[in-house]
Design a protein around this ligand. Sequence first.
Ligand code: TLP
Length: 341
Amino acid sequence: MIDLRSDTVTRPTPAMREAMAAAEVGDDVFDEDPTVQRLQREVAARTGKEAGLFVPSGTMANQIALLVHTRRGDEVVVSEGAHIAWYESGAAAAWSGVQCVVAGEGVCFSPEALDAAVKPGAYYYPRTSLVAFENTHNRGGGRVLPQDLVVATAQRAKELGLAVHLDGARIFNASIATGLDVKTLAAPADTVSVCLSKGLGAPVGSVLCGDRARITAAHRFRKMLGGGMRQAGVLAAAGLYALDHHVARLADDHRSARVFADGLANVKGLRALAPQTNIVMVDLDGDDRDHPADRLAARAKEAGVLLSAFGPRRLRAVTHLDVSADDCARAAAVLASLVRG
Ligand code: TLP
């Protein structure tokens, strides 16, 4: 099977497993796990923030950020298709009691679009308290946000007294694609969530970073959500290993994504969007009601290629540590032959 459903499907490499087995551990709920502390310091340093908090998932990192920045009844300004609004089971409404409003169109939004989304101060409007960006943007096809626009919009957010969170689940992909360091990409945000279990290839974990006061607040929320882990150093060790060994190689995943997209060029009935990072969206001809994406994904699975349906006529392929450029060329050939019949 060539599994392109997500970059979350990677298995820890033998060397990563060795690092995990050798990890020095303690009870992290007592703040006594030296490996977790090292990982938190390392990700905080790389994102240019004061402190970090290791959490089990990207979803928990984002949701803790919402709890830190908002009060019940508040509004959070997000981009179209934001993971926070689409793929976190409605947690923003359930835990923070906030609603999401989309600003502008596409993966990022301008200061003007932010102005248009923020409600005036009258008591009968929701209070806008937070702006959330996502870089790279998952539903947008692994797009890298234009950094100038992020800086300008975040600046406007500050003027309006709003906090800024960055869902940086794939921020290392954005860094490799742009040549900008993670610190620069995260600089406009008060908090940033970074996933270790996507392109970086660790089995579990994310780190939420920000200033000390916010991370202290986040620590309490993590415990409330049941995210306090005990000898979590075995997991943190995988994250540290990934940061040391799996960042530069993300460029290979980006190349493989291009190989996959190129393999689908000129195939009548589908259009692969040119990838910027490790995600390729493929749009199919046909009627939405027939869900051609589900049907093609099922046929591709029978032919040994796993893809995700990301809409009735859209498939998503994500490249990662466990697939080679050759695998991606083969997967594209399989898909092309299925479509050509
Ligand atoms: N994304 C998953 C699915 O939930 C769609 C995937 O396969 O891409 N932020 C972003 C931008 C993400 O893409 C994801 C995971 C998360 C947060 C949540 O991370 P986890 O799965 O660790 O909770």
